[in-house]
Write a protein that binds this ligand. Structure first.
Ligand SMILES: Cc1cc2nc3c(=O)[nH]c(=O)nc-3n(C[C@H](O)[C@H](O)[C@H](O)COP(=O)(O)OP(=O)(O)OC[C@H]3O[C@@H](n4cnc5c(N)ncnc54)[C@H](O)[C@@H]3O)c2cc1C
Length: 346
């Protein structure tokens, strides 16, 4: 491989990706490099001539499952910085580098009293991946505060800007997840935050937690604290036990299908959607099939959260993937409902 000496030093070969994925899966990348700006990224791509399909960008590695070595180039996005780019009486527009840790971005907004992301506190990962699956929690999704993003088009080697419509956001979906998979490297995201907060406490256990905290005056900081408390008590910490959060999406079924399920299973959990369909709790379906707490070798289904698959230490990605397939099959057999994986399988 012929390349300028400076860039050559930045590129490692046969690198373990274990430190870079929260599942803690041991696989190797043929080439690995970090970048902190778009120019360096271009230099790296030029130096390691790889097909578009052989280039993988990583943020915090908290939503990927590696099922084998990556026979190509893995680039770790470490573009930093948060800056205001526009402002009016009601809103501020903040552009954040794709490598900024998501929770650090939330903390920045809380410190400055910019509202809109408080319900999304403590979601692992980086800013650059937030549009990828339209991250969401506690009744809020990134699309609610998204303004635009900048990305590098690996195929055409140009910078492009996507507005909200261009991202085609859906439930844990965007154009980047399937249609344009591996084509764009997001370099920054601009969010539209409100200077006049509208609180959203109706979802999940937020209100109960606020009461427990004896909050007198509702603020975005109090909501974030409540969300942090709930998340810390419910979700396994990837620093202690390997996982990527919810492994499956909550499936959507027709109202008729829901009635049919309810007749046979009176305790089935579902939320009515605006389109008339019903969203089922995937965790409930998995639990009913007896998977909660299941463990084979080091691959398992978490004992408190059936939606979360875990690596107790030395599980391979294939073992976790096979477990997910067994779960998908058994849920389909028992309920006639097809679950879909939320985690990106690499
Ligand atoms: C304990 C736990 C709890 C979680 N809770 C939630 C939750 O409540 N809600 C939720 O939505 N998610 C949740 N997740 C999933 C995860 O945190 C999010 O999906 C997060 O946005 C992933 O960010 P990341 O930087 O780690 O992405 P990575 O895992 O590094 O990458 C994920 C995907 O995005 C692509 N990608 C990453 N960066 C870029 C970029 N700059 N440009 C283009 N593509 C890119 C990657 O190629 C990969 O396909 C949770 C995960 C864990 C471990």
């Amino acid at each position: 491989m012929q390349m300028p000496i400076q860039i050559k030093q930045m590129i490692q070969e046969n690198t373990s990706l274990r430190p870079y994925n929260t599942f803690g899966i041991e696989v190797h990348a043929r080439f690995f490099s970090r970048f902190t700006n778009a120019e360096t990224l271009q230099d790296i791509l030029d130096a390691v001539k790889q097909k578009t399909s052989a280039i993988l960008v990583l943020g915090g590695g908290s939503n990927v499952l590696f099922t084998g070595d990556v026979n190509g180039l893995v680039v770790k996005n470490e573009i930093g910085g948060i800056q205001p780019v526009a402002e009016d009486e009601d809103y501020i527009y903040l552009e954040a580098g794709a490598g900024v840790n998501w929770h650090q971005f939330v903390l920045y907004c809380l410190e400055n009293n910019y509202a809109g992301v408080e319900n999304l506190a403590l979601i692992p990962g980086n800013v650059g991946a937030s549009p990828m699956q339209n991250i969401g929690a506690y009744g809020v999704e990134i699309k609610d505060v998204f303004h635009e993003l900048r990305a590098f088009d690996i195929q055409d080697r140009v910078e492009v800007v996507f507005d909200k419509a261009g991202c085609e956001f859906g439930y844990r979906e965007s154009v980047f997840k399937h249609k344009h998979r591996n084509r764009f490297i997001i370099t920054s995201v601009t969010y539209k935050l409100s200077k006049k907060p509208r609180f959203n406490t109706s979802y999940g256990a937020i209100e109960a937690e606020l009461e427990k905290m004896e909050v007198k005056e509702l603020t975005i900081q109090a909501i974030a604290k409540a969300v942090i408390n709930i998340r810390s008590s419910k979700l396994p910490d990837p620093n202690i036990i390997g996982n990527a959060g919810s492994f499956f999406k909550n499936p959507e079924v027709s109202a008729e299908k829901f009635e049919e399920l309810k007749e046979k299973n009176p305790s089935v959990v579902g939320y009515k959607l605006e389109n008339g369909n019903v969203k089922l709790a995937a965790g409930w379906l998995i639990e009913q099939c007896g998977w909660k707490g299941y463990r084979k070798g080091d691959a398992g289904c978490h004992a408190k959260q059936a939606l979360v698959l875990v690596n107790y230490g030395q599980a391979t990605g294939k073992e976790i993937f096979d477990l997910s397939t067994a779960i998908l099959d058994s849920v389909y057999e028992k309920f006639g409902v097809r679950l879909e994986r939320e985690v990106n399988i690499i």
